[in-house]
Write a protein that binds this ligand. Structure first.
Ligand SMILES: Nc1nc2c(ncn2[C@@H]2O[C@H](COP(=O)(O)OP(=O)(O)OP(=O)(O)O)[C@@H](O)[C@H]2O)c(=O)[nH]1
Ligand SMILES: [Mg+2]
Length: 358
């Protein structure tokens, strides 16, 4: 069952819940009921009102749901209160995204990053747990059994965080070395950025001809940076980097942990923002991309927009979006990474870049 708050400044709850449903489908969780609440501000104890939480319990029981997923981020207190009051397992959106990342992580680096994010996410939660444990277990002036259990758990998490950070630091140095080499070679680098599932990897596959790249109809298919060489018709080469996709309300722990991967985007000479032409709310999606680029310090790079999946979209719609983006001063190419239609429109953009660099 999914739930969320309708706050005064939030008008896209439906979209967010639809996305949450999709996120859950990616880890094989089926949504059997949806229940939202309109409120002026979140309740500190439960996020939703206490009465609403009682209602959720009844609804969960009636629809045979054993998991309640909240679209909003829950504080450790809210999470444990919700669990207690509903007798259900409770997750928030951040945890769902984290679980997808856990499932998808294939390389050592991605695994470490996910592990780091998970530990950081759990840290404040076990603090809340520790309070409960020590309250329950300890007498005056003693270290109760609860406290030592909590301490042990905390120390273990801390050790994992230190170890993962150290290993990632090493990998980062290696990456920086590679990047320097690329810079010295004078070949311009273009980074593909955009929403998850917009077709970044498919585009890189098509342009580089590397069939081994993994593109799939899943959220967060790519968790690593892949750099490939792309040969332009002019005979010049450019490098193209594919990165982790963005999403609304990407958990901060994940942004922090995937910083190195996302940084790849900041180090490029240019960004290619890939949009899905069939996205029902492109403006909101573009805002999310802009926000994420701000957060990783890449917002000032020159950019062009790729309006992808035009094979599935009406011509009229594509023209309308193109015109709007152009009004915003952005160079736009409409194409289909899957069929190859319109890909030649990109060459002009790259030639412009190559000339600018040399
Ligand atoms: N119809 C159509 N489908 C496309 C096109 N480009 C990509 N797709 C499909 O969209 C899905 C996602 O493509 P990916 O290339 O994996 O998307 P991505 O942006 O790399 O996604 P993440 O790695 O999850 O961030 C796949 O099923 C692709 O086959 C296109 O031009 N037309
Ligand atoms: Mg991808």
């Amino acid at each position: 069952m999914i739930t969320g708050l309708e706050l005064p400044l939030r008008d896209d709850l439906d979209l967010l819940l639809e996305e949450l449903r999709l996120l859950l489908a990616n880890i094989d969780v089926e949504v059997v009921a949806v229940s939202t609440q309109k409120k002026d501000r979140p309740d500190p104890a439960f996020l939703l009102g206490a009465g609403k939480v009682d209602e959720l319990k009844i609804l969960a029981h009636a629809s045979e749901a054993d998991l309640i997923v909240c679209n909003d981020l829950l504080t450790p207190i809210q999470l444990s209160n919700m669990r207690r009051k509903t007798d259900c397992e409770v997750w928030d959106r951040a945890l769902v995204i984290m679980k997808i990342f856990e499932r998808r992580a294939a390389t050592a680096e991605a695994k470490l990053q996910v592990d780091l994010a998970r530990c950081r996410y759990e840290m404040p939660h076990i603090r809340g747990l520790g309070k409960q444990m020590s309250n329950a277990g300890a007498g005056i002036g003693t270290r109760g059994p609860g406290e030592t259990e909590f301490e042990r758990h905390r120390r273990k998490l801390q050790a994992r965080i230190v170890e993962a950070s150290r290993k990632l630091e090493e990998m980062k140095k290696r990456r920086q070395g590679q990047r320097k080499q690329r810079r010295r070679s004078g070949i311009p680098t273009v980074a593909l950025v955009g929403y998850t599932n917009s077709g970044k990897t498919t585009l890189l596959k098509r342009l580089s001809g590397d069939k081994k790249l993994y593109a799939a109809d899943q959220l967060f298919a790519t968790l690593d940076t892949a750099v490939r060489s792309v040969r332009l018709p002019s005979g010049k080469n450019i490098l193209m980097a594919d990165t982790v996709g963005f999403i609304r309300e990407l958990p901060p722990e994940l942004i922090a942990a995937f910083r190195t991967t996302l940084e790849e985007a900041c180090q490029a000479d240019m960004l290619l923002v890939v949009l899905d032409a069939n996205d029902p709310d492109l403006t909101a999606t573009y805002d999310v991309i802009q926000q994420t680029l701000d957060e990783i310090g890449a917002a000032a790079l020159p950019r062009a927009v790729v309006l992808n999946k035009v094979d599935r979209s009406g011509l009229f719609r594509v023209d309308r979006i193109k015109a709007q983006l152009r009004r915003d001063g952005l160079p736009v190419c409409a194409l289909s990474a899957l069929t190859g239609e319109g890909v030649e429109n990109l060459w002009g953009v790259f030639d412009w870049l190559a000339v600018r660099r040399s």
